[in-house]
Design a protein around this ligand. Sequence first.
Ligand code: FAD
Length: 466
Amino acid sequence: MDRRLARALASIVGEENVLVDPAELLVYEADGSLVTATRPDVVVFPGTAEEVAGVMRLAREFGVPIVPRGSGTSLSGGAQPVRGGIVLSLARMNRILEVDLDNEVVVVEPAVINAWVNEAVQRAGYAIAIDPGYQYAPDPGSQRVSTVGGNVGHNSGGIKCFKYGVTVNHVRGLEVVLPNGEVRRLGGKAFEAPGLDLTGLFVGSEGTLGVVTKVTIRVVPLFEAVKTILATFDSADAAGSAVSALVRSGVRPLAVELMDKEAVEAVESGPYAAGLPRDAEALLLIDVEGSEPGASQDAEKVASILRAHGANMVRLASDGDEAQKWWAARKQAFGAMGFVGPNYVVEDGTVPRKALPLALNRIREIVAAHGLRVANVFHAGDGNLHPLILYDERDPAQRDAALRAGEEVLRMCVELGGTITGEHGVGWHKRRLLPLMYSEVELDLMRRIKAVFDPDNVVNPGKVLP
Ligand SMILES: Cc1cc2nc3c(=O)[nH]c(=O)nc-3n(C[C@H](O)[C@H](O)[C@H](O)COP(=O)(O)OP(=O)(O)OC[C@H]3O[C@@H](n4cnc5c(N)ncnc54)[C@H](O)[C@@H]3O)c2cc1C
């Protein structure tokens, strides 16, 4: 570690906001993904965009990489340093700056936790009769810990994104610090900005173009009522087929999630057990929203479509409490995997919705061929698969097999017309696979765009682009 760099950083952000102790640096070599990379040389906690700009200028001067970091829940190695350098944690920039419901926007600093936005704009819990308030729709499973800045970095999705779209559909404006230390405003509160969509370019750029220091996000009104439907099936592919039929019917649910038997077994073995049927091979959890009578009618329609397409049990949640219990179980499914296996790799790929049944069968075959087990819990409405491949870390051969099976699953997704990531980002782990989806011409265009923003390759080098 260059002591001059640490001293220079301390002069910008204050000594108390610089970490150099190797023991303290240790946690910043990891994020939510399986493989750890390298330990950073230093971690800094700037408190303002100007301080971020100062850190950027220093990084360029010293020729060291900067890795922006929100809560570090990235599942693709996006928040890990791969060449040492500076981890720039946004953790201190965590204020909600403005709630402007006249314009249906909220302005936040990047380390505001996703769920805090909802708490700020929602008057009360689930569905209330009059004036239900607003919501920030993108709701990743990690919403109680992940930051809005990290969500922007990965263009995160979530359960409600089937109806409302992913993060990019909700970001109106950004304040960003470019690698040369300039602070720039992109977009704003207005509905549309003319010219090339630089805001859109930044969303999903995984911290490779600059650091986001402010986000203006769109919030949408909550509906009067939400109804939750639970349906069970004899197989995961039967549930997948029912999803296609449901979407074709023209009803537009808020959320359509699928859990297979192994995933149900995991959540029902832990503290979030919600009475989900353990004997079903697969289940769908579906929300519809609207006025009280409208949501009830839609729920009826959904139930009859599911019955007509192979569901052997369809139930409407008796009240908001039961619905919340079901959804809490779904949202805790990743964490609950510890009840059915010591370790897991979570993959994230998409397939066209129609290919879901085929993809689910192929996943089982691929994982079984490696001698492992798999649980599936995913955003079925979006065709966004999340196979959780179970293995035992104490056996290196199993770990390698799990990683190989994961890669085969992603290759299969591309073969079926899908993608190597739906929402968890390309990061460090999947950049090798990007050529499966893009030609050399397209990859070269992406590299040139990166170079326009970051000619010295200072911010998050080694990520996204192969
Ligand atoms: C249990 C669990 C469930 C999850 N469920 C979902 C899900 O349903 N949907 C989903 O989409 N994801 C999900 N994720 C993945 C992850 O939570 C998301 O990718 C999330 O958006 C990351 O936010 P973070 O604050 O942790 O960002 P980090 O992990 O710290 O960073 C993510 C990326 O964004 C960059 N970045 C962070 N902050 C900034 C900034 N201010 N400026 C520029 N770049 C920045 C980082 O460099 C990195 O590349 C889940 C993860 C876990 C562990």
